[in-house]
Design a protein around this ligand. Structure first.
Ligand code: NAD
Length: 359
């Protein structure tokens, strides 16, 4: 039976980059026998304009029925003055919550051809390939109580709560261990166990969960040291697993090691393996409609979808190899352009990936 993919272009450059990614899917169907059905729906600012809400009920229903979701990006200046409860970004949060997407996978890969794009020395980052597994539906971003209260003294006090249940830690660790099994078998669990009881328990649960994975080498690191090590010697890591907030910060740091957010895909998975796949960047309103956005992060998100939800690793490899080929050919969108390479637009880059797939 065909697998169902729901395509959500969203706003800004979303439609441009998603177009190229769906062409890649069409090519895999036509040339290599991939069996998927694609449907499209509204999310974000586009959905607000059409229906008044960032996540229409029909979109959520279609998302629940799909095996995988391919999202472009949401947001833009046009909707910035709206109340925070109905901004485009709420559409994303609604999808994460509605589908129970608790595991966020953020690879940071630096293709050797782009080593100069990083602000770090090429020898520190060239060939970097690490995966950050971030817990996405718990922790301090969701813990109760939270708020801003006025004390008797009249001074205001802001407060949030860091909470994790053992089961939440166990399931995210399992995701990290399973991913590491397909990679180099090493997982570094990042916590602040010396200060925060919640992450002291996190560490204990990680150790307990690892007992069922004798092939995995589990290590632990405090988050402050992890941030330091990421910029000092990032190639020491294979898979990192951490809390929602630590993962939020560390994954952006890791992304920047690679120099271009236009190259990085991501995945968010739930317990049944259903996933939402999207580039890590936003809707880039500054370049929207110009045909210059880099579609590779979105195309590589399709590769992650094939690997983690559709169980088509070989097709995922094909896409990654095709991206490698176009970089070898010297093709670059403006965000990754450097002297001596060939500047191309969004469509040309997408077409080059398809040509490499067919070659
Ligand atoms: P952004 O990621 O959209 O853009 C940051 C910079 O990177 C810009 O200069 C942009 O031109 C460039 N850039 C981003 N993607 C690119 C690509 N594929 N190719 C070439 N250049 C690219 O971040 P921002 O400007 O802070 O946010 C813009 C909007 O996107 C905001 O409304 C924000 O809320 C939203 N946003 C959405 C998501 C998401 O949908 N997951 C994530 C982050 C930001």
């Amino acid at each position: 039976m065909s697998k169902k993919i729901l395509v959500l272009p969203g706003d800004g450059i979303g439609a441009e980059i998603v177009d190229e990614a769906t062409k890649v899917l069409d090519c895999l169907c036509g040339e290599f026998g991939l069996d998927v059905e694609m449907d499209e729906a509204l999310v974000g600012g586009a959905a607000i304009d059409a229906t008044g809400v960032p996540l229409p009920e029909t979109t959520l229903e279609m998302a629940k029925e799909a095996d995988a979701i391919l999202l472009g990006a949401v947001g833009g200046h046009k909707w910035e003055s709206l109340d925070i409860s109905v901004r485009p970004e709420k559409g994303l949060l609604g999808l994460r919550a509605g589908l129970g997407l608790f595991a966020n996978l953020r690879p940071a890969i630096l293709y050797p051809q782009l080593a100069d794009a990083s602000t770090l020395k090429p020898e520190v980052v060239s060939g970097l390939n690490l995966m950050i597994v971030r817990e996405l539906t718990g922790g301090i971003y969701f813990g109760q109580p939270r708020g801003i209260r006025t004390l008797e003294s009249g001074e205001r006090q802001g407060f949030n709560t860091l909470v994790y249940k053992e089961s939440e830690v166990e399931r995210i660790c399992k995701v990290a261990f399973e991913i590491a099994k397909k990679r180099d078998g090493r997982v570094c669990s990042v916590d602040k166990a010396n200060v925060l009881e919640c992450t002291e328990m996190w560490r204990e649960v990680a150790i307990e969960t690892a007992k069922a994975y004798p092939e995995i080498e589990l290590s632990h690191m405090y988050v402050d040291n992890a941030a330091m090590q990421l910029v000092r010697a990032p190639k020491q890591f294979d898979v990192m697993v951490t809390t929602n907030m630590f993962g939020d910060i560390l994954s952006d740091c890791a992304a920047m090691l690679t120099g271009s957010i236009g190259m990085l895909p991501s995945a968010s998975l739930n317990e049944s393996g259903q996933g939402m796949y999207e580039p890590i960047h936003g809707s880039a309103p500054d370049i929207a409609g110009q045909g210059v956005a880099n579609p590779l992060a979105t195309i590589l998100s399709v590769a992650m979808m094939l690997r983690y939800t559709l169980d088509e690793s070989e097709m995922a490899d094909r896409i990654e190899q095709a991206v490698n080929t176009v970089l070898d050919q010297g093709l670059r969108t403006p965000d990754i352009y450097s002297e001596g390479t060939i500047k191309v637009g969004t469509e040309e880059m997408g077409s080059a990936v398809i040509a490499a797939l067919k070659a």
